[in-house]
Design a protein around this ligand. Structure first.
Ligand SMILES: Nc1ncnc2c1ncn2[C@@H]1O[C@H](COP(=O)(O)OP(=O)(O)OP(=O)(O)O)[C@@H](O)[C@H]1O
Ligand SMILES: [Mg+2]
Length: 463
């Protein structure tokens, strides 16, 4: 991308809207999940504890009130720890002797205070016990009853319950993120479509962007952009009209001046005056050339719709090059340049012939103009790496490395270049080339002095 470079943004506010949304929503969801888990842990913990306490009390009361005395069923450690089975102890009425217990391994004394208490029997795990001690009975011989339950088991049960309650929100998280991802992706797809629209604009005639698929939030931006585009378009049109009108207005008087000069030639006395006269004539020719190039340029800048006279057609490049060379033969003869054409392959391009001519005319014109008097220019149509190219080679000074990219700029001329040019030829050639899928590459020759201008032709149209 050739946009303005942007930093990565701060960690809490990344540049990407999608990352930003995902980041905050994941944080929010995780926070909500933790909070829910915590609340349900506390709430369900209490619930489970109370329910188990109630059961303990009922069991104790059922043993205390039984007559004849019900004896506890024996059990093992597995039942106590894994299944949280109640351990029932039957004590003598004075609480001094343990008469019966469901699990003799557990040695918790009868608690002094009736009701619930928590007892820790030792250092090993699973040694915390919830104890319910029943009130002494009304009869003097009534035994005392105490029921115990493993505390770890109770905690595990509460936790399991709490986790189960937190499960829906945990499952919802990936689903919510997926939906979010889809929505944000769709939105950014439509933004990318707008970007593609902008990128595919013809800079000479930008057209308004469609608002059809743009989300409401982005519509004002696209609207403002469209507004800007229409202002740019009208500024372009004004500028182009000005150049075109100016060049057009200058053309007629300049042609008249040219004619007058021609008529005057017979009356110019020999000597210094002739030399001055020749300079004057060259200046006028240069100005006429400049006006023609400007006209060409402003016509090229016109919106594509204005190219009515330049419809695309199948153009045989070899025929086109031969035409171009023979038309420029006058210039070659004037400068005694030996120009040759070599067409090794058949190549066809689908484009307006006049536009293609302006590409090759300008390159061949440059080669003839910047080659030394009596130099050599070669035009070759051949294949390189399976692609058709046209090379225009001369044996002139070439172009200094630092200027080779700038020669395509309008009005840029290499300092010290031969007089006569306007600095517009390559700009015109490049615009025409790019418009029709051709690419111009300039390289200084390595096999001697001179420049090689290579035009890469587009792949031939499908038959
Ligand atoms: N074959 C070449 N050899 C050396 N220098 C060149 C060659 N072609 C172009 N240049 C340099 O690049 C500059 C820009 O070329 P361009 O064709 O755009 O303009 P111009 O030839 O000066 O004017 P115009 O083409 O409008 O008559 C030229 O002024 C010249 O300095
Ligand atoms: Mg030129």
């Amino acid at each position: 991308m050739n946009g303005v470079s942007r930093g990565p943004g701060r960690w809490w506010r990344p540049r990407s809207l999608r990352t930003q949304l995902l980041f905050w929503l994941i944080t929010l969801h995780l926070g909500a999940a933790v909070l829910t888990a915590w609340f349900s842990f506390v709430a369900y913990g209490n619930l489970v504890h109370n329910a188990l306490d109630d059961q303990m009390r009922l069991v104790a009361e059922s043993y205390a009130g039984s007559d004849p005395q019900k004896l506890p069923r024996p059990m093992d450690g597995e039942a106590a720890f894994s299944r949280g089975a109640f351990i029932v102890q039957i004590w003598s009425p004075d609480g001094a002797t343990l008469r019966a217990t469901s699990w003799p391994v557990l040695t918790v004394p009868l608690q002094a205070r009736p009701g619930f208490s928590d007892v820790n029997t030792g250092a090993h795990s699973g040694s915390a016990w919830r104890v319910f001690t029943a009130e002494p009975g009304s009869r003097a011989d009534q035994p005392r009853v105490q029921v115990l339950q493993n505390e770890d088991y109770r905690r595990r049960r509460a936790l399991r319950r709490a986790l189960l309650e937190g499960l829906p929100i945990t499952l919802l998280l990936p689903l919510a993120l997926l939906i979010l991802w889809i929505i944000v992706s769709a939105a950014s797809r439509s933004l990318r479509a707008v970007a593609r629209d902008v990128a595919s604009q013809d800079e000479r005639s930008p057209t308004e962007l469609s608002l059809a698929r743009v989300p409401d939030e982005i519509a004002p931006l696209v609207g403002a952009f469209n507004n800007l585009l229409s202002r740019v378009r009208s500024a372009f049109a004004t500028q182009r009209r000005f150049v075109q009108d100016a060049a057009h207005e200058l053309r007629t008087p300049m042609a008249a001046i040219g004619l007058q000069i021609e008529n005057l030639r017979a009356h110019v006395p020999a000597g210094e005056a002739t030399e001055r006269f020749n300079q004057l004539e060259a200046g006028v020719t240069r100005a006429q050339h400049l006006i023609e190039q400007l006209l060409h340029l402003s016509r090229q800048d016109a919106p594509r719709a204005g190219h009515a006279g330049h419809a695309s057609e199948r153009v045989d490049i070899e025929v086109l090059l031969r035409d171009s060379v023979s038309q420029l033969m006058v210039l070659a003869d004037a400068r005694r340049v030996d120009i040759g054409f070599e067409g090794g392959i058949a190549a066809v391009v689908f484009a307006p012939a006049a536009e293609l001519r302006s590409v090759f005319d300008n390159l061949i014109d440059n080669a003839l103009r910047y080659a030394p008097e009596g130099g050599v220019v070669d035009v070759r149509l051949h294949e390189v790496d399976g692609h058709a190219v046209v090379d225009v080679l001369d044996n002139g000074p070439g172009i200094p490395k630092e200027a080779i990219d700038r020669v395509f700029d309008r009005f840029f001329r290499v300092p010290g270049a031969a007089a006569g040019g306007s600095g517009l030829g390559l700009a015109i050639a490049r615009t025409a080339a790019e418009r029709h899928g051709l690419r111009i590459e300039l390289r200084n020759r390595t096999d001697g002095p001179g420049l090689m201008a290579r035009v890469h032709l587009p792949a031939p149209p499908a038959a």
